[in-house]
Design a binder for this molecule. Structure first.
Ligand code: ADP
Length: 173
């Protein structure tokens, strides 16, 4: 049985990520999407929110599960019996970064095989951070997000903006 893990921040999940999940779900028997707790990235959504959003977005894919993880990915893989680590490549910057991570994971556990999926051309320019930036400036990027996540993103950015205005008003008083 071929079990793979697709770890990432997914803050939030984009259609680029979802495309990879669909392709991974067709290639592997089981695929676990692992939402990483990476506090240094100052996430917009909590880990629980991201898990719920992704579960809804992958609900049609029977062999895909959504879990959380912290610490080493190779430890998670050993816990759930996965041999394959899935990652996406959009450009040469991703390649250089991912090549080092793959080599390190292979050093930590020589059973760990990283499998790279090339991003589809229509999603190559997509990153969660770019989508957050464009949404907060008022741009409509609904074409790049699952519907539930597009709504959640607009709502969260509006809440943040209201909080910012409130704080500014308090300071001005
Ligand atoms: P991380 O913090 O681990 O980089 P991300 O959520 O940014 O988390 O990305 C998770 C994985 O998905 C990475 O391998 C990244 O290269 C890949 N990825 C991100 N955006 C896209 C996209 N538009 N198309 C294909 N793969 C992508």
């Amino acid at each position: 049985m071929k079990v793979a893990v697709f770890p990432g921040s997914f803050d939030p999940l984009t259609l680029g990520h979802l495309d990879l999940i669909k392709r991974g779900s067709a290639l592997f028997d089981q695929l676990a999407v692992a939402v990483m707790t990476n506090e240094s990235k100052n996430p917009l959504f909590t880990i629980e929110e991201r898990v719920a959003q992704i579960k809804e977005a992958v609900s049609g894919l029977d062999n895909v599960s959504v879990i959380t993880t912290e610490g080493l990915t190779v430890d998670l893989m050993n816990r759930i019996g996965a041999d394959y680590l899935m990652r996406g490549l959009r450009n040469t910057t991703d390649f250089q970064y991912e090549r080092d991570i793959a080599a390190m994971n292979n050093f930590l556990d020589d059973q760990c095989e990283t499998v790279f999926f090339l991003a589809k051309p229509e999603y190559q320019h997509l990153s969660s951070s770019l989508l957050k930036e464009v949404t907060s400036a008022g741009g409509d990027i609904s074409a790049y997000l699952p519907a539930n996540i597009n709504e959640a993103l607009k709502k969260r950015l509006m809440e943040r903006e209201m909080l910012r205005v409130k704080k500014d008003n308090e300071k001005a008083r």
